[in-house]
Structures are given as C-alpha cells and as structure tokens.
Design a protein around this ligand. Structure first.
Ligand code: EPZ
Length: 413
C-alpha cells in the first residue's frame, strides 16, 4: 500500500546486483573449494539459485549478505523443471554444469512475462564447443562425449546469458576460445572478475571480443558483487517523481552512463562523489523525449519501466522504443489506471506526461513493471494498492523498507 505525495530525503545503500550474483553463483560449480560471496542481495531469484546448488549436492550457507558456497560434493548434473521454471535465468547453470560434469539434463526454461525467451544462441554456441544437445518433451539432454573444446564463437546478437554460458564453459576446457559480439554488460565483467580470481584466464570482458584460455580447474575465491545499476536507476526514478533530493551510496557511476543523461534531460541535478550519487529533482520534470533500449552501454531495457513512470508525470511527450524484448510494456495498462496517458504500438510507447497521477489498485506482472508501479504510486494522489509483490521480490531487496526509510508512506501486507 503506497500513499503518494511524500517527498523523499536521506541516503540509502544500493544492493548488490541480482544479474551479477546469479551467474557468479552458477560459476561456483567450477571451483574446487569454498567460495565466499559478499554483497549478495537477499532476493527470491538468489534463493532459487541456492536451491539449485543444494539440489545438485552443494553446500550453501547465508550470513546476511554473505554466502559461503562449497560445491565439492556436487553429486548430480540434472536440474528438474520445477527448479528451472522458477527463474528463467537458470539457463546460466547449463554452461557451469557442463563444464564440471561434461553432461547436463535441464528442462528448457519456460517463457516468461517478457515474452518468448529463446535459447538458440546458448545452444548453438555450446554445440560449437563439442556438446551434443537433444531436446525431447522440453528436456535438454546435453553431453560432451570427448570433453568440451575451445572454439571461435561469433554471437549473432550480444546475448547476456549466452555470453555468460560461454564464459563458464570455456574457462575450464582445453584450448583458447575467442568470443566475438559478446555482451558488454557490467555483470559480464563482474562474472569474469570472479572467474579470474578463481584462476581463470579471461581477457577482454566488457569489450566485444573476449578471449578465454581454458585452465585445468579453478580454486575458490572471495568476491564482492557489484552494485545493482537497475535498482539505482529505480531509486533515482523514485526521487525524480517525488521532487526529492536523495543520495545513493555505493553506486558505480560508470555503469549508469546511458541513464544519468535521461535524468539530466528531465531537469534533475546529479552529483557523484566517491561511489555516492546524489540526485536533486525539480518540482516539475521535463519530458526526456526519446528513450531507446539497446545492449550495454546503451540504455538498459531493465530501466525502461521505471523511467516510464518518470515520463508519465513529466511535462511533454516521451517516445520509448523497446528493442530488447517482444513484450515488455505490460506495465502500461496499469500506469494508465493510475492516470497516465500512454499509448503502445508494437515496440513503441508514446507517453504524454500528465500533471499528477491518481491512486488506484494495480497489478504487477513482471519484475521491472512492479518497480515502475511502485515508483508511480509514490506520486499518485491518495493510497494505491499494488498486487504482485512476488515479482518485486525477485529483484529488489526489502524495497518497501528502503523507500520507507527515505520517507515514503509504504507498507507491505
Ligand atoms: C539478461 O537476460 C538479464 N537477466 C535481463 O534482466 C536483461 O533484461 C537482459 O539480460 C538484457 O540486458 C539476467 O541477467 C539474469 P539476453 P538474458 O540473452 O540473458 C534474445 C531483469 O529484469 N535472445 O541478452 O535473458 C532474447 O529473447 C532481467 O533483471 C535470443 O533470441 O538476456 C531477448 O529478446 C529481465 N536467443 C534478447 O535476446 C538467445 O539464445 C536479449 O536477451 C538468447 C537471447
């Protein structure tokens, strides 16, 4: 329940990145001894990954935001569908299980709220590395009869998940893999940094071409997860729509290269100082005019929904072009129930900013949509009710506590 109209103030630490933590948890399967992962956010998606690790026979213990993981006793190479379907990104376990066991049995991850989630790039890349993959009744049977082998792989699209699966599989296989048109996201760099600290030989993570020289095996390591740039963008959106001044602690400004200019176009002032980012919003935002999502370092698709809540109350028209997912506008009907004026035509959404939103009962149907509705409710007159919090809890740690501590009138029922 959110009662809008309250200005926010103060400072809050940004949680660790969900999309860095998930592939790093999968990567621990390659490590011969214990790994300690700090700044790991408490999220249902992280819990889903821990459940998979435990199902595979590994030990995983959490103390606050630190996870101790020991995969020495891994005893299985199959992941049942109920564990796969909980989280679409469990496909990143495929590369790790194959690298460790040379075989894997997983159910093809279901579609999700963002539309079809094909894994053709994952499978074609792993096939090039010598893995035979057969698919019957939705189960992928994968086997590398004569072991994984290095390959020169050119991705037709810089898929984040496919890049991660290739990094995992190539780290411990004979020979040197050259990956071109790789995804450049900061989460890829964090995964590579973790693997390198475990003894992997990876060059070029964060660039378009990554060279991985396979090693015999990896040892354990201690690693701190990078801050979550999408949660940072979401909190900046909350400050923008409420005309607030807040400071975010532990932000990598360089990860927000395409996001900060949008807030500046809206008339916000932003200052960065040694890992802290302060944002000061005007009483009335100017429309940012055009937001087009592209692979990193372009504007992140995951920030499209929260920034649409900002555009919804900005003065003027904003055009969104969602290039990454086929159906990532499910939050639009709910924002319009809050009084926004948004029209969708294919991958384009046109937002005609209104002066104020009005409270309503709304329903989230995906993770970033849930965040966008929460942001919008902060500036909707009256008390709004947001259903579908299970989506929010996939990616936002204690979000109602974080916003409440900044002065929002919000409670979870
Ligand atoms: C990762 O998903 C993120 N998830 C997503 O964040 C993020 O939106 C996405 O990257 C893009 O940045 C995690 O990191 C856990 P992709 P992923 O493979 O790996 C198509 C969130 O809100 N594609 O780069 O699935 C795919 O259908 C989540 O935190 C293929 O066609 O993204 C999509 O249209 C949502 N074939 C596009 O590429 C493939 O084999 C981008 O997918 C793989 C992908």
């Amino acid at each position: 329940m959110v009662t809008g109209g309250k200005r926010l103030s103060g400072r809050t630490k940004v949680q660790g990145s969900k999309n860095a933590a998930l592939p790093i948890l999968a990567a621990t399967l390659l490590c011969a001894d214990e790994c300690v992962i700090h700044n790991c956010p408490r999220l249902s998606d992280v819990e889903a990954s821990i459940r998979i690790l435990r199902y595979l026979g590994c030990k995983a213990k959490r103390e606050g935001n630190t996870l101790m993981i020991d995969t020495r006793d891994m005893s299985r190479y199959d992941i049942p569908s109920e564990l796969m379907h909980r989280m679409r990104s469990s496909i990143i376990f495929l590369g790790a299980v194959l690298a460790r066991c040379r075989k894997a049995r997983i159910s093809s991850p279901g579609g999700c709220e963002l539309g079809p989630r094909p894994i053709d790039l994952h499978l074609s890349s792993l096939r090039e590395m010598g893995i035979e993959i057969s698919e019957e009744h939705g189960i992928l049977e994968c086997e590398a009869h004569d072991g994984l082998k290095a390959a020169n792989i050119a991705l037709s699209f810089p898929s984040v998940g496919a890049t991660e699966n290739i990094l995992l599989a190539a780290s411990v296989c004979d020979g040197t893999t050259i990956l071109t048109n790789a995804a450049r996201e900061p989460e890829i760099v964090d995964l590579a940094d973790f693997l390198i600290s475990c003894g992997a030989k990876i060059d070029g993570a964060g660039e378009g071409t990554i060279i991985i020289e396979g090693v015999e095996k990896l040892h354990g390591a201690t690693h701190a997860i990078i801050p979550d740039r999408i949660v940072a963008a979401t909190l900046m959106s909350a400050a923008a729509v409420t005309g607030s001044d807040i400071t975010l602690e532990g932000v990598c400004q360089s990860h927000l290269g395409a996001v900060i200019p949008v807030f500046l176009q809206c008339g916000c002032e932003i200052e960065s100082f040694r890992g802290d980012l302060s944002i000061s919003a005007p009483a009335r935002l100017k429309a940012p005019k055009l937001i087009r999502t592209t692979p990193y370092p372009g504007f992140p698709t995951d920030a499209q929904a929260p920034l649409m809540s900002v555009a919804a109350v900005a003065d003027g028209i904003t055009v969104f072009i969602e290039n990454m997912f086929a159906s990532r506008y499910k939050h639009v009907t709910e924002l319009n129930r809050l009084g926004a004026n948004i029209k969708v035509e294919g991958k384009v959404a046109v937002v005609d900013g209104v002066r104020r939103l009005l409270s309503a009962q709304v329903c989230a149907c995906d993770l970033r949509g849930a965040a966008a509705l929460t942001v919008a409710a902060l500036c909707a007159q009256g008390e709004s009710e947001i259903k579908g919090l299970s989506y929010l809890e996939r990616g936002y740690e204690d979000f109602e506590l974080v916003l409440g501590a900044l002065g929002a009138d919000i409670k979870k029922i």
